[in-house]
Design a protein around this ligand. Structure first.
Ligand code: G
Ligand code: G
Ligand code: MN
Length: 402
């Protein structure tokens, strides 16, 4: 964030701390950066202030005298505040991290956390590097679409898929792709799955969509296998598909039609999908696995399933959810969860894939922790089939001359 840009509005900071000394330290640090500071000692005053002023930064002591600072988060959210938060607390790092995660879940942006006694230097460093003010990215909201429009779109062949690379973290070799559905609507432009899959599920259109996508994805994938015979293709299944007992036959038929071995296909399902109707899901997943199709638990760590019931199913792969991956450099707790998931996966003979890798340090950390395969913007965003074909040709050419 540009601090007090010339001619622009001044940056306003609120410090909430029941002790005077930390309030002074914050004001002093802020002053060196040209930030105007208000200080308050109680939750009541803080609530009144955030209702009256649209602060850019709130420095919050987590333990106020009669209240905990956490209560202020709710008020900030209710006030529609876009302030960036800095937490200060004498509690240990775990408590501060938990508070930061809670704020994130409320849609607030956290710049960092600081221990007590408060020191000027780390505080100035934090304030200098403040992220853009504003809410963290909102969850994709479902577009206002009529089921008939979606159905017409399916009939008119407006559903297509993009492919995102999966690579080995050590050698960065392309080992698979994940197919991601898109709807090219003449009225709405490109529509993302979050915006139309829930509708398709309610309107009983999901089977048609899934069949379309599998057929198209397998057809486009087929030629890549001659360049890279061990390449796999991953396809996401809706929870609704896991209650459809005809699914294994349909998938087998589509594999046969494209002359692909079952082992080339990975079907990704979320924990929640399995738990919705465990008996039906167990039936379908076991029959898919017996046919040689590989199964992956997607977004692992976000559901609240019974770990045991989940891990008793014949999965081949576990995908660590992006949330843990993206925060593992700042959040020691996330790194510990990742380490535990990797060792659990090793014990059970599951391949581990980390999703949402955006930076080199994260890729290196995951590699050190024993994760073999990764996916994320660092290795490539979802692209059309020509994007993958070109990449494979380049790799084949490079390998040919080496
Ligand atoms: O890039 P992205 O916006 O594609 O994907 C958003 C979400 O939509 C992901 O959680 C992904 O699992 C889901 N998704 C993408 N393609 C499909 C699909 O073909 N079928 C189902 N059921 N979900 C999909
Ligand atoms: O839930 P699932 O894993 O099926 O969905 C993958 C989703 O994550 C897609 O929406 C895809 O576009 C998105 N995605 C893939 N890689 C990254 C990444 O590195 N960062 C972020 N923020 N999103 C990613
Ligand atoms: Mn997925």
């Amino acid at each position: 964030m540009a601090l007090a840009p010339e001619g622009g509005p001044a940056v306003r900071l609120l410090v909430v701390d029941d002790e005077a000394v930390p309030r002074l330290i914050v004001a002093r640090a802020a002053e060196t950066l040209g930030i105007a500071t208000d200080g308050v000692a109680t939750l009541t005053e803080a609530v009144a202030r955030v209702k009256a002023v649209d602060y850019d930064v709130v420095v919050l002591d987590l333990a106020l005298r009669e209240h905990d600072g956490i209560e202020l988060l709710r008020h900030l959210r209710e006030a529609g505040s876009q302030a960036v938060l800095v937490f200060v607390s004498g509690f240990d790092e775990r408590v501060r991290q938990a508070a930061a995660r809670l704020a994130g879940a409320l849609g607030l942006t956290v710049a960092g956390t600081l221990g007590k006694p408060l020191l000027v230097e780390p505080l100035v460093a934090l304030l200098r590097a403040l992220p853009e003010r504003g809410h963290s990215k909102p969850e994709g909201r479902e577009a206002d679409i009529d089921p008939a429009e979606l159905e017409a779109g399916i009939d008119a062949d407006q559903i297509s898929c993009l492919f995102q690379p999966k690579v080995t973290l050590r050698e960065r070799r392309l080992v698979g792709v994940e197919a991601l559905m898109r709807w090219q609507s003449p009225r709405l432009g490109v529509v993302l799955p979050d915006q139309f899959i829930p509708l398709a599920e309610r309107a009983a259109l999901i089977d048609r969509l899934t069949d379309r996508l599998i057929a198209e994805a397998l057809t486009q994938f087929r030629p890549w296998r001659s360049l890279r015979p061990d390449l796999t293709i991953a396809i996401n299944l809706s929870p609704v598909s896991l209650t459809d007992l005809s699914l294994p036959e349909r998938v087998s038929a589509m594999l046969a039609e494209t002359r692909l071995p079952a082992s080339a296909l990975v079907l990704e399902v979320t924990e929640g999908a399995v738990m919705e109707d465990y008996v039906a899901a167990a039936d379908i997943l076991t029959r898919l696995r017996i046919r040689g199709i590989r199964l992956s638990i997607d977004d692992f760590g976000t559901g609240h399933s019974s770990l045991l019931s989940l891990l008793r199913l014949p999965f081949s792969e576990l995908k660590i959810d992006q949330r843990f991956v993206r925060s593992c450099m700042q959040d020691p707790e996330a790194a510990k969860i990742i380490r535990a998931l990797i060792s659990l996966a090793w014990e059970l003979g599951l391949q581990v894939v980390a999703e949402g890798i955006e930076t080199e340090p994260v890729a290196e950390l995951l590699d050190r922790l024993g994760c073999m395969v990764g996916q994320g913007y660092l290795f490539g965003p979802p692209v059309s089939h020509t994007g993958i074909a070109e990449r494979l040709q380049q790799a084949a050419w490079a390998e040919g001359i080496s």
